[in-house]
Write a new protein. Structure first.
Length: 660
């Protein structure tokens, strides 16, 4: 019979750890949190506001059997090891287990490990400690804050404007997207022109941009100004100067949670959710070469530290594979103004011998791509800088100067392993000589317009949230996923665009809750939660301070915010004769009975007969294009043309193509 019980969060992790420990150990999973706040008491918050914000917990329905089984296991062992994740959430789960299972200070230990490998797990057993209650109180304060704001604002918005939810971090992220869209829509493009010369030498050409006239920067704002320059140019193009200099390109630091999400979004167009699912599996353990092993360290981290052991192993690996000149070492970059959880490491492979290419057959496509990024980024961080030679050629003509730049790698350094993940390619300049006259050339002008401010892609939004200190990197995936599910945002050409309901929601929150739902307050709250975790502030005092600030804002909004939904109509339900109302769903407005849920009548939308344009569909060449009106989202009310064979052919066009 086993002497020791180890409790982890996930079944996958328990399978991996079980293989490392002997018969004296039994490993079980709690499957995450076993308790949550109740929905009782004032506001359904599950918190006794009058009694120092004391939380009221209950076992989650789907965890009752698990708790019962864990209690039975604890009676048959000498000691319980609580081995939940190495962060505040994991610390809180351990505390809930300790409390609910009735453990004592004598028969339990809290153990942590940054990677799920045999040596890390076994070593953790010798370094047990007690639960860090400061971390628990910090997580508890965050949960209470999110419950109070989430419940009260969601109920308010559902009642007033038909929005599904709001949240402390979620609503600030939405505001960032909405504010960016307002800038985008207010933007007025400005015309400008550029002139380029394509100069050829020995069948190799460069494209040079006109940059100055008589040593003054040139800006062309009209066709007339451009034509004037073109008329001034003659046939004599002279290579005025050729310069070159060496430049070192430094490898970036190994991944933390947010940078991994950004890179996977940029490289593979992965959502943060998809990235974290793959990373979680890599961390918890994969069956590789008949051995189950965690392939990466803990993936929820904001520390860029690398262990001395990994650096030493990296030195040996790099020296053997590429030569000693490729190894640089590693100094942890500093992140000023951040409360870094330095007990963690950056995300790195647990064993450099498991090359991505060698274990590809054991991984899914997503796991392979994410593992490759993590593996080679951590390895590259230990390697010397790449060295480039940057060149610049100035071509002159009648006082006008054209400039072309290029570069080539003269020592690959860290690019030896990371080149396939870096943007940009070599662009070596042709071998012109100074004072050469160029006879093979073409000159062309380009009309351009200034671009509006770029909308947020997922990668850019995550980067912005991290820069501003909004939320935690581990929560970004959930925040973005929630905004999508609530139909507050949609993705257009890989960028986030707010829906009408998203804009309405953000505007109403901005009107009544700008003192709470803003960047500075949200970032300050994160700092306060960090201070609670360090034992520098008392959780219930900070909660009281927040609540006294928040309550008057909520009361004012409840009184003054205009109620938009449901809208009562002068029309009766044909089934029960109660008034019909306009309600809102994720797909837009609809008309239904005010007697819901007793009466479930919904008025069917009248469909206009589509107008057949007789234009053959360019996609399938079988159907014809018919004129339709959009019914949902940003297309609502807008005319478009779709194939008459829909849904077999899903071609759509904003403008009618010419008849063939």
């Amino acid at each position: 019979m086993a002497k020791y019980l180890v409790i982890v969060e996930s079944p996958a992790k328990s399978k991996t750890i079980e293989k490392y420990l002997g018969d004296d150990f039994v490993v079980k999973s709690s499957k995450g949190h076993i308790r949550d706040l109740t929905t009782g008491g004032f506001g359904g918050y599950g918190v006794d506001i009058e009694n120092n914000f004391e939380p009221k917990y209950k076992i989650q329905k789907d965890k009752k059997t698990i708790v019962k089984e864990l209690k039975a296991e604890t009676k048959n062992v000498e000691k319980v090891y609580l081995a939940t994740d190495h962060d505040r959430e994991g610390e809180a789960i351990s505390w809930h287990l300790y409390d609910e299972l009735g453990l004592s200070e004598q028969n339990y230990e809290r153990i942590v490990f940054n990677e799920i490998t045999k040596s890390a797990v076994i070593n953790s057993l010798s370094n047990g400690r007690k639960i860090d209650m400061d971390l628990v109180k910090s997580q508890e304060a965050r949960r209470i804050l999110d419950r109070i704001i989430g419940f009260s604002l969601s109920k308010l918005l559902q009642n007033k404007i038909g929005s599904k939810s709001a949240g402390r971090v979620q609503s600030v992220a939405l505001k960032l997207i909405v504010d960016k869209e307002k800038e985008y829509e207010a933007f007025i493009p400005q015309e400008y022109w550029e002139i380029y010369g394509t100069f050829t030498h020995s069948k190799k050409e460069i494209k040079a941009k006109l940059v100055s006239h008589n040593n003054e920067k040139i800006e062309l704002k009209s066709r007339d100004e451009t034509d004037k320059v073109l008329s001034d140019l003659n046939d004599k193009y002279i290579v005025e100067s050729i310069t070159s200099k060496e430049r070192q390109r430094q490898s970036r630091a190994p991944f933390i949670t947010s940078t991994l999400q950004q890179e996977a979004s940029s490289k593979y167009n992965y959502t943060s959710k998809k990235t974290m699912i793959a990373a979680q599996k890599l961390y918890e353990g994969i069956e590789v070469f008949n051995e189950r092993v965690g392939l990466i360290t803990y993936m929820r981290t904001d520390s860029m530290r690398l262990s001395d052991e990994f650096i030493e192993n990296g030195k040996k690996y790099i020296s053997e594979k590429f030569g000693g000149k490729y190894f640089k070492g590693y100094n942890t970059p500093s992140k000023k103004g951040k409360n870094i959880q330095d007990a963690h490491e950056a995300i790195r492979p647990t064993n450099l011998e498991y090359k991505p290419e060698d274990i590809k057959k054991y991984l899914s496509v997503d796991e392979y791509k994410i593992y490759s990024l993590i593996y080679y980024r951590a390895l590259a961080a230990l390697m010397v800088n790449a060295i480039y030679e940057d060149g610049k050629i100035i071509v002159s003509n009648n006082g006008y100067k054209f400039e072309a730049t290029g570069s080539k790698v003269i020592f690959d350094g860290y690019l030896k392993v990371y080149k396939k993940f870096e943007y940009g390619t070599d662009n070596e300049l042709p071998s012109f000589k100074e004072n050469d006259e160029i006879v093979d050339y073409t000159i062309e002008e380009e009309q351009k317009f200034t671009n509006p401010p770029a909308r947020y892609s997922e990668a850019k939004l995550i980067k912005k949230m991290e820069e501003l200190g909004i939320g935690r990197p581990s929560t970004y995936s959930t925040v973005i996923d929630t905004l999508k599910k609530r139909i507050y945002i949609e993705t257009v050409q890989k960028s986030f665009v707010p829906t009408e309901q998203g804009v309405l929601t953000s505007n109403k929150l901005d009107k009544y809750f700008s003192k709470i739902i803003n960047i500075q307050y949200t970032a300050e709250m994160e700092k306060t939660l960090d201070e609670i975790s360090n034992g520098e502030k008392v959780s219930y005092e900070e909660l009281a301070s927040f609540y006294n600030y928040y309550k008057p804002l909520l009361e004012e909004a409840q009184e003054k915010m205009e109620k938009i939904y449901p809208k009562f109509l002068d029309e009766l339900c044909p089934l029960c004769s109660k008034p019909l109302v306009v309600r809102r769903s994720r797909y837009g407005e609809f008309i239904a009975c005010s007697g819901f849920p007793k009466c479930r009548y919904i008025k069917k939308e009248e469909q206009d007969e589509p107008v057949d344009t007789k234009v053959i569909c360019p996609e399938c060449n079988e159907g014809t294009l018919v004129e339709r009106i959009g019914k949902r989202g940003r297309a609502k009310g807008k005319k478009f043309y779709g194939c008459s064979r829909y849904p077999k052919c899903k071609a759509t066009f904003s403008e009618l193509p010419e008849k063939k």
